[in-house]
Design a protein. Structure first.
Length: 75
């Protein structure tokens, strides 16, 4: 009877080890994914800031061009 319990215990210990390894692997992947998401969110923020800046520049240039055209037509 005792060897059978020992075999089951060994089997369960091996299963626990496998599951623990899988858990560590999953946690590592999750941490990497979280870092990747954070980097992507920062990239999005940077791109949104750059887009806003470029829109302001475009508006200023458009106004300057409109003023120049108005000056030319009023001569």
């Amino acid at each position: 009877m005792q060897p059978q319990y020992s075999q089951k215990e060994d089997k369960y210990e091996e299963e626990i080890k496998i599951l623990t390894d899988k858990l560590k692997e999953a946690e590592t992947r999750a941490e990497f994914a979280e870092r990747s998401v954070a980097k992507l969110e920062k990239t999005i923020d940077d791109l949104e800031d750059e887009l806003y800046s470029q829109k302001l520049k475009y508006k200023a240039i458009s106004e300057e061009l409109d003023n120049a055209l108005n000056d030319m037509t009023s001569m």
